[in-house]
Design a binder for this molecule. Structure first.
Ligand code: ATP
Length: 424
């Protein structure tokens, strides 16, 4: 397996002003494509450090990917450092110059002499075209190791990686074909998911790697199968078998096998049924609505919500009787029941979800400690409520509350799906 290193360049990365997303993005794509990533390194815009890092990585790795510092400003010195590191001269690359000139012409803007600087590249490089920005990437061999230089802007780097770098790496190293199947789960911790999937195996010649990612509060699992040639039907069959077993071991915690988020899954299910949802939120303050509206196309199914944070809003906007608030308190199933019912009626939707809870840090009592949350769902068949206790701080309680409400709706929808197809 080819060992690949990633070097990201930029003062803002090492000074804590910018989180490096390029290295993890590149790593995920490389690993998926059957490569091994052995080293991540971030360094400042410092010529000597770039030179040293390029030399040491080139000596260690089978290939090196570099991001950043290709721009027109004085701190963009990657090309110059690359030339120095591998004893090459910088020369005006006509193709790179043509690219910058034509990009400026198309944008109807005047080029500055700075922009011309971007066309000075080490001698003997191959250009990596950039369809989205002025900085062209380039590739050169340093001590026999191919080094790919890409701009720092993520969407430019990603497009250039997909179109050029991945292809070049595949041709050069011919990595093992890997088949991938994903399961997205909610409701089980990462370690529980891990222990449930530990016994998974595949018959020879297959080799299975199980990867976990906590996309809080979701846990994403990827089953990576290698050992089969591309297009070999036995590989696909083996993957399907092991994915089925993983899904049955995780049971109802699996909400998607199509790389969706929980909100996307719920919206897809609602859309396919032509149904709608509304929300009544207290402690989450609109987080559930925000989670739904993060998904493009949510407008087809999400009608809106009422953030009934104060009891006055619960009374006036959602008709919660004083007597219920006094007798049970706002964080109670009787109040949550009314919130869900009334949101459904007043916003005229198929379903409504309601959340009240004590997110902390204040407000806990012995009977209702911090983390106590009441969830409700109103559906055509009636209303149901439950009380749960989430551990953690305020934000964690709020996040899990929003997701638990979504999960109640998903469970209701899949139950309907299975009864529609006559499985009950
Ligand atoms: P350009 O000429 O297009 O600016 P560049 O190669 O000079 O390309 P940089 O100046 O290093 O790129 O970075 C440009 C911007 O890209 C940064 O301001 C930052 O927003 C983003 N960026 C750079 N490096 C990373 C990284 N490792 N992860 C995420 N974003 C990054």
């Amino acid at each position: 397996v080819a060992n690949i290193e990633i070097l990201t360049i930029g003062d803002e990365l090492v000074e804590g002003r910018l989180v490096d997303t390029n290295a993890p993005w590149l790593s995920a794509r490389l690993v998926e494509a059957g490569f091994q990533v052995t080293h991540h390194q971030s360094i400042p815009d410092d010529r000597d450090m770039i030179i040293a890092a390029l030399r040491s990585s080139a000596a260690r790795a089978d290939a090196l990917l570099v991001s950043g510092g290709l721009g027109p400003t004085s701190d963009d010195i990657t090309a110059e450092a690359a030339a120095r590191a591998f004893d090459r001269v910088l020369e005006l690359n006509q193709e790179a110059l043509d690219h910058v000139v034509s990009l400026f012409a198309r944008m109807g803007r005047r080029m500055t002499s700075n922009n011309k600087k971007q066309a000075w590249l080490p001698a003997g490089t191959t250009l990596i075209p950039n369809g989205r920005g002025t900085a062209t990437g380039f590739c050169l061999e340093g001590e026999g190791t191919p080094i790919y230089f890409l701009p720092g802007v993520p969407h430019e780097l990603e497009a250039m990686f997909e179109r050029f770098v991945l292809k070049a790496l595949r041709e050069r190293f011919n990595p093992e074909h890997t088949l991938v199947s994903s399961l997205h789960t909610f409701g089980l911790g990462e370690s529980k998911v891990g222990s449930l999937l530990e016994p998974l195996t595949v018959p020879s010649p297959g080799r299975l790697r199980v990867q976990y990612r906590a996309a809080l509060p979701e846990v994403h699992v990827r089953l990576c199968l290698s050992g089969f040639d591309e297009g070999d039907p036995a590989g696909l069959r083996t993957l399907e078998t092991v994915a089925e077993e993983a899904a049955s071991r995780l049971g109802r915690a699996v909400f998607s096998r199509q790389e969706e988020s929980l909100a996307q899954t719920v919206i897809r299910l609602l859309k396919s049924r032509g149904e709608t949802v509304a929300t009544a939120e207290s402690c989450t303050g609109g987080l559930l609505g925000a989670t739904l509206t993060e998904v493009p196309g949510a407008s087809a199914v999400f009608m809106g919500g009422i953030v009934s944070y104060d009891n006055r809003v619960k009374r006036q906007q959602l008709g919660v009787p004083d007597q219920l608030l006094e007798q049970y308190g706002a964080v109670s199933e009787p109040v949550t029941r009314v919130l869900a019912e009334q949101a459904r009626r007043r916003l005229e939707t198929t379903y409504a979800l309601a959340i009240t809870g004590i997110a902390g840090p204040g407000g806990g009592t012995p009977n209702k400690p911090i983390g106590t949350v009441c969830l409700g769902i109103a559906a055509p068949r009636g209303v149901s409520t439950r009380t749960v206790r989430f551990p953690g701080d305020r934000n964690r309680v709020r996040l899990f509350s929003a997701y638990a409400a979504l999960e109640m709706l998903r469970r209701a929808l899949i139950e309907l799906e299975s009864s529609d197809t006559g499985q009950d």
